[in-house]
Design a protein around this ligand. Sequence first.
Ligand code: ZN
Length: 152
Amino acid sequence: MPIERSTNLKSRYDQVISRLTNAGLRRTKFRHNLFALLLDREPYALSFEEIRTHPITQRPDTVTVYRNIEALTRAGLLDCVTDGKGRPRYQLRETDGPTLTIACRDCNATLVRSSPMIPELESVARELGYSGLSSRWEITGYCEDCAEKRCS
Ligand SMILES: [Zn+2]
């Protein structure tokens, strides 16, 4: 891993731990491992099963995973997005405000991005007199791997 990326990961890891503390949540071994896993798998969001069965999370029981995901999502540390099949996936929350979800229709790899174009698009509604805007943008397609498999 290039040094720049690893330094960036370290500082983001520290940031999420301090957000955890600020939210009044305990620093547990599972939460540390979960954050490390989510950072490692970025930009992809992970399903409940992928989190539960990954070796780094040390195969916690289903209730532990469920309760932690729920608490961390409620505290705004995780984002829940749905993949192409409507199943929830989780990733660290990076930004406040609207995001764009991009999902693969074959393998359901899902990532979330903020985009400067979203506020611009919301301005269309604002100009029409709408307030309290909230928007969900989703794009589906085939990820690079799946597109390659479809061609071969
Ligand atoms: Zn795919």
